[in-house]
Write a protein that binds this ligand. Structure first.
Ligand SMILES: CC(C)(COP(=O)(O)OP(=O)(O)OC[C@H]1O[C@@H](n2cnc3c(N)ncnc32)[C@H](O)[C@@H]1OP(=O)(O)O)[C@@H](O)C(=O)NCCC(=O)NCCS
Length: 181
């Protein structure tokens, strides 16, 4: 499973993209990426750069969960540079047939169709894992992400008003689901 390539394609901007499972040697790429995304303070849960120890714990769990088929993580490399990643985390107990998703790319790599292809690959891998339902949440003001999810067939379950504190405001959180069978 480790480092298995699931897709190669050319982005809309003409870059060569590889989507693959992570390897234990990806830590430096992941930490640098998490620091960039945390510093950007964008539409993700991470609102500041993690410490190296926090990221190390996260990374170890990520590698373990992929190995145990409890999670899917796909890394996006663009012309050899780490651009971002996406995940599906299998639910526990009565939610074991479901997976919760998340995705983010470094700002320089957005708008080239990579997020769409990454989402499609995560959905394909989730089907292979036998999951029946995917869920995700999104900031109500994140127009490109809302567009991508709805384009791929995600249904809006509803919006929780004011669920997210972001840049001095309380904004809505959209809840989406995608049945896989
Ligand atoms: C969300 C994200 C993963 C999407 O990845 P991406 O590679 O930029 O997405 P794509 O290029 O595949 O698709 C973007 C789509 O949004 C559309 N779009 C861009 N700006 C838009 C806007 N203001 N309103 C509506 N649609 C918009 C584009 O036209 C494109 O759609 P199309 O392919 O049908 O033309 C990426 O922007 C990102 O990492 N953002 C920061 C982190 C984040 O928001 N993560 C998601 C948390 S829920």
């Amino acid at each position: 499973m480790a480092d298995r390539i699931v897709k190669r394609f050319t982005s809309k901007k003409g870059n060569e993209v590889v989507l693959r499972y992570p390897t234990p040697t990806d830590f430096a790429d992941m930490y640098s990426f998490a620091c960039d995304i945390g510093s950007e303070d964008t539409f993700v849960a991470l609102d500041a750069p993690p410490t190296e120890a926090e990221e190390h714990d996260f990374f170890e769990r990520m590698i373990r969960e992929v190995k145990e088929k409890e999670s899917i993580y796909l890394m996006a490399y663009v012309d050899g540079a780490f651009a971002g990643n996406g995940r599906v985390n299998r639910g526990k107990g009565r939610h074991r047939h479901t997976g919760s998703m998340g995705i983010s790319l470094r700002s320089a790599f957005r708008g080239g169709g990579i997020g769409t292809e990454l989402m499609k690959s995560l959905i394909d891998e989730a089907r292979t894992l036998g999951l029946r339902l995917l869920t995700l949440t999104c900031f109500e003001t994140n127009a490109p992400a809302l567009h991508v999810y709805e384009k791929l067939g995600f249904q809006k379950a509803g919006v929780i008003p004011g669920a997210i504190a972001y840049k001095g405001q309380y904004i809505g959180e959209v809840h989406y689901y995608l049945p896989l069978i």
